[in-house]
Design a protein around this ligand. Structure first.
Ligand SMILES: C[S@@+](CC[C@H](N)C(=O)[O-])C[C@H]1O[C@@H](n2cnc3c(N)ncnc32)[C@H](O)[C@@H]1O
Length: 416
């Protein structure tokens, strides 16, 4: 277990802030972020109730420093030192900014290191966001978090850095501006067992066929980004064509999704690793027509959805989209294509959650003489510790957050 330093020992001394390099200052900010940024609520799995990898209690291993972290976080002296440090940093950066705007001399003459000047705005933004959080101010603006996921044996590791943009309180549609626990749960499950999610080689069809992956309501893009990075690490996918398409419908959410994808998967990725690509696209389930837009490169073999059923019509709209987008069985072969959906069971949205099971019938309840249909192939309950600081989702802090994972696919006993 590593030892976490309190801010008083880790941060460059306040009196000498001006003499530290941009790399050192950014490192200090990243460290403070790791201490004080709220964790995504309900993102820690406690146990999976269906068969799990170890057959029992499944405590997520990534929080071994928890007790130390909580001790530092709750230490008022450390917090107030961090506030003073951030205030001093912002003041220093503002002085430099003003000086450089007001006089026509070179940055060198002012003693301002060029690299710092180039990053001033970004450093001020990050410092201000941290300051708001440390000071307990609710609206913290942009938050950038580092997520780390590992395979069970620890052999594969994927990191993603995701920015949440501020939620627009007047626009309920902007919920995808932040990362939700459901996306963390789904990404973690995929990392632990990619084969279970159809990310094996090749699930059906010829080896040469491209694997098409879609995410609906991708929000900040966690699942799509983790899946793309995971497939880059799997030797069996070295030569297989893979297309990941992350979609959403809200303009500011879609813009943030693009920016997160670009920050995590360099633009050169799509050209150089010519076999794997990730793209972002507009897709509104409510206005989906029978003919999917060309840019969607359907049919899809694997579709992901995290926390995307919270209004009465969502499940029906999503089913309509899936009918046009998920690879269908043919006369000669069954289709292993599947939609993997994780939803939280919010007490405030019990009806909306229940629509999944009224819209998608259970596989064994399907009509054997009916047309091929999308049905629930399996269902699993997942419990997470609430954690995180988001208190406005209808559940109090300290309570568990319950999720359900549905695997939905084409019924095998119906007529084609
Ligand atoms: C609660 S957020 C979940 C975001 C992300 N999957 C996560 O778990 O972090 C719901 C997402 O569904 C998207 N969404 C809602 N209605 C939609 C629609 N009609 N068409 C497409 N996306 C929609 C929202 O923009 C938002 O990104």
């Amino acid at each position: 277990m590593s030892v976490l330093c309190p801010p008083t020992s880790y941060l460059p001394p306040i009196a000498k802030i001006a003499s530290f390099s941009v790399t050192q200052l950014l490192d200090a900010l990243t460290y403070l972020q790791s201490l004080y940024y709220p964790e995504v609520r309900g993102s820690r799995r406690k146990r999976a109730q269906a068969p799990t990898f170890n057959g029992g209690e499944n405590l997520c291993p990534r929080h071994e420093d928890d007790n130390q972290l909580q001790a530092i976080r709750s230490d008022a002296f450390e917090r107030s030192y961090s506030i003073r440090w951030l205030t001093a940093l912002i003041a220093r950066l503002e002085v430099w900014q003003d000086l450089s705007y007001s006089v026509e001399v070179s940055l060198d003459d002012l003693g301002i290191p060029e690299p710092i000047f180039a990053h001033t705005e970004m450093i001020v933004q990050q410092a201000a966001s941290l300051l708001a959080i440390c000071a307990g101010v609710a609206a913290a603006g942009l938050i950038t978090r580092n997520f780390i996921f590992s395979s069970i044996d620890g052999q594969r590791r994927v990191e993603a850095q995701l920015t949440d943009i501020p939620l627009d309180n007047d626009d309920y549609g902007s919920v995808g501006a932040q990362t939700w626990g459901g996306a963390c749960v789904l990404a973690e499950m995929v990392m632990e067992d990619p084969e279970r999610f159809g990310l094996d080689f090749p699930p059906d069809g010829p080896e040469s066929r491209r694997l098409n992956i879609l995410e609906l309501g991708a929000g900040t893009g966690l699942v799509s980004i983790v899946v793309t990075k995971l497939l880059d690490t799997l030797p069996s996918f070295n030569h297989r064509q893979v297309s990941v398409v992350a979609t959403d419908f809200h303009p500011s959410v879609l813009a943030n999704l693009r920016s997160n994808v670009n920050a995590n998967v360099p633009s050169t990725h799509n050209q150089t690793t010519s076999t794997h690509s990730i793209t972002t696209h507009f897709l509104d389930w409510s206005s989906f027509s029978a003919a999917p837009p060309d840019y969607l490169a359907y049919p899809f073999d694997v579709v992901f959805g995290a926390d995307i059923v919270y209004e009465a019509q969502h499940a029906a709209w999503i089913k309509n989209c899936l009918k046009g987008l998920v690879r269908r069985p043919s006369d000669s072969s069954i289709s292993h294509a599947a939609f993997h959906l994780v939803i939280p069971l919010r007490p405030t949205h019990a009806f909306e959650s229940s629509t999944v099971e009224s819209v998608f019938l259970n596989a064994c309840d399907g009509d054997p003489n009916g047309d091929v249909d999308l049905v629930i192939l399996s269902k699993e309950s997942i419990t997470c510790d609430a954690h995180g600081d988001y208190t406005t989702r209808g559940q109090g802090l300290g309570e568990d957050v319950e999720y359900v994972y549905y695997k939905i696919g084409w019924s095998t006993n119906a007529r084609l």
